[in-house]
Ligand binder design. Structure first.
Ligand SMILES: [Mg+2]
Length: 428
């Protein structure tokens, strides 16, 4: 380790001094959230943890039981029910443990429960074992070497599970929360949005009432492909929750002509943003929508790596991004993207992949630390019936507190993990 130079570390594990110090929570940028009295302790702990090695990586494929209907969980006939996820446990040679969670949804992108588990086991684990768990930049480099990119980062949802586990492990080893490690404020509470995904318009009022009963005041609606249905749906929601933030997400389900037609009509109803109106590769269509300027155009599925976002900003294709650490390779690339959005004066919205407890904790940490200003579409607690956490997240009045403990700030109950693995394999 060469302290005097710009780079520290050795060989392929090198990262910048600034990145290294920020990882330890003593970064030169931003307000320090650790007192000077603690810095010496952090430095001593850093000396210890910088010698740490990743000793073990274990995967636990599970299917969380679900509540209610959500179109993305409908698999082909014979598919076991539930929300697939791969829990990832990374253990360092001193016994420190970090947990992460890969959350593939085949109806949403190409990654599956089986591909996430086998990719970690056969391709990522071999290049990660023996590495310094604090070197998350280096971990991404070797993961991206093992599973290459196509248009963008390869297997990003799978890699997110490793990224989260390393953040958790490094935080637990240094005794710092993620916000502290990033030099950011703790974040307090995150206001949530209730997801409406009715199959018929008649269901809508009942679904809104369920959300309101649980203290939610803001609603995100799944729209497309039928613009007539979508406009009626948004009118009902606006009538029943006039003060709420009504966020329409098409999940890439319109063609360009339909999107150009419906965007001004949604704006007239009072819909403040339209998310992912077109498939991710319809870049010319995004430019048309942006130039139309009917309402802010938000991207989700199409933004995976920070490089994608830089290109889309340069091409003037969007007004903001619905962030999801679970979608874009994990917390490290997600943080870079939030910083890019803030620098460009674009909207940073918080969303998720119906995250179970571990990946939900990662989203909360990011959104809390970076001052999310809009209700977050984090609907794991709405649609999932089980948790593997010792203290599961339970929204109160439509809000969740950002955990403040070391790492992700959560404790995973391994007995619950094992029981869920067993129950999930029985369901196959
Ligand atoms: Mg979305």
């Amino acid at each position: 380790m060469k302290e005097g130079g710009r780079r520290i570390g050795k060989g392929n594990e090198r990262h910048s001094r600034r990145e290294f110090l920020q990882m330890a929570g003593v970064g030169a940028l931003g307000p320090l959230m650790v007192s000077s009295a603690k810095k010496e302790g952090v430095r001593r702990r850093l000396e210890r943890v910088s010698k740490m090695k990743i000793e073990r990586i274990e995967v636990f494929p599970v299917r969380y039981p679900t509540i209610g209907y959500f179109k993305f969980f409908e698999g082909p006939p014979g598919t076991p029910p539930g929300r697939p996820a791969v829990l990832v446990k990374v253990t360092a040679d001193d016994g420190t443990i970090g947990w992460g969670e890969s959350v593939p949804i085949p109806k949403w992108s190409y990654e599956t429960l089986e591909s996430a588990a086998s990719t970690i086991e056969n391709y990522l684990k071999p290049v990660l074992l023996g590495r310094d768990p604090f070197d998350i930049v280096g971990a991404h480099r070797v993961m991206n070497g093992a599973i290459a990119a196509s248009f963008s980062t390869g297997a990003p949802i799978t890699k997110s599970g490793i990224d989260m586990a390393l953040h958790d492990l490094a935080g637990k080893a240094s005794g710092l929360s993620l916000a502290q490690r990033w030099g950011c404020p703790a974040g307090g509470k995150i206001t949530l949005s209730w997801t409406l995904n009715p199959r018929t318009l008649d269901e809508t009022e009942k679904l809104i009432a369920e959300g309101k009963k649980r203290g939610y005041r803001n609603f995100n609606v799944k729209v497309a492909p039928d613009p007539v249905f979508d406009l009626e749906l948004c009118k009902i929601v606006k009538k029943r929750a006039p003060e709420g933030f009504l966020w329409a997400d098409a999940n890439g389900g319109y063609d360009v002509a339909t999107a150009l037609k419906i965007a001004p009509k949604l704006a007239d109803i009072g819909v403040p943003v339209l998310e992912q109106p077109l498939p991710p590769n319809r870049l010319a269509g995004y430019r048309q929508l942006k130039r139309q300027g009917a309402l802010p155009i938000i991207m989700d599925e199409g933004v995976v790596s920070p490089a994608d976002l830089v290109e889309f900003i340069r091409l003037d294709l969007l007004d903001g991004v619905a962030m999801k650490p679970a979608r874009c390779g994990g917390l490290l690339p997600a943080r870079r993207q939030v910083e890019l959005l803030k620098d460009a004066g674009l909207m940073f919205l918080g969303s998720g992949l119906t995250d179970p407890g571990v990946s939900l904790a990662a989203s909360l940490a990011l959104y809390g630390a970076y001052g999310l200003r809009f209700p977050a579409a984090l609907n794991g607690p709405q649609f999932l019936a089980k948790s593997v956490l010792k203290r599961p997240f339970k929204p109160v009045n439509g809000e969740l507190p950002v955990p403040t403990g070391p790492g992700l700030g959560i404790e995973v109950d391994e007995e619950k993990v094992k029981a869920l693995v067993t129950a999930s394999s029985r369901a196959v």
